[in-house]
Design a protein around this ligand. Structure first.
Ligand code: HEC
Length: 148
């Protein structure tokens, strides 16, 4: 083998190694629906975590909770918009059941919306904690069924 050939075999294997462990597959489709819904789910996490933290640290503050609930309400409706019929492709981690079982998928969303609404109307630390626990369990129960 020439030195050039050895070099290019070497760089191809480096490239392969990089793609194998280099994290996510890019969403290259027009409009990037999978990327957008993943970002929107991340935003749900970012909006809900500070509420959990506040409650965990016993820093309950009704005014602050209102503000955080406002942010959660903004994030709440976004991920679902990006579930078009042809959006089951890598890097999606949604299970095919999202498309196969639309009623169950819808019900899991409704459970989450109801929990978010209850958190919004909670008027004490205890009520907020209970509503927050219900909210997190609505995330988890959907993930258990619909996320890979
Ligand atoms: C009705 C179902 C459902 C509910 C409710 C739900 N999720 Fe998810 N979540 C999913 C699915 C499905 C995915 C996989 C998305 C994909 O890759 O296509 C996901 C992905 C995620 C991700 C990973 C995003 C990424 O960057 O890959 C995070 C973080 C997340 N959800 C957080 C939450 C949090 C926090 C809540 C609740 C406040 C929540 N989800 C509620 C179904 C749900």
């Amino acid at each position: 083998m020439s030195r050039l050939a050895v070099l290019s075999v070497f760089s191809v294997s480096i490239l392969l190694a990089l793609t194998a462990c280099g994290g996510r597959v890019e969403d290259t489709r027009p409009g990037q629906p999978v990327k957008h819904r993943q970002d929107a789910f991340q935003a749900l996490l970012d909006a809900s975590e500070p509420i959990g933290l506040m409650l965990h640290d016993r820093r309950y503050d009704a005014k602050r909770l209102n503000e955080l609930n406002e942010a959660l309400a903004q994030a709440r409706d976004v991920p679902w918009r990006y579930y078009g019929p042809d959006t089951d492709y890598p890097p999606s981690k949604s299970r095919p059941d999202v498309w196969r079982e639309p009623e169950k998928w819808e019900a899991a969303q409704q459970r989450f919306f109801a929990a978010a609404a209850a958190l919004r109307t909670a008027e004490s630390e205890a009520a907020a904690q209970a509503a927050y626990d219900a909210l997190r369990s609505s995330c988890k129960s959907c993930h258990d069924v619909f996320r890979r």
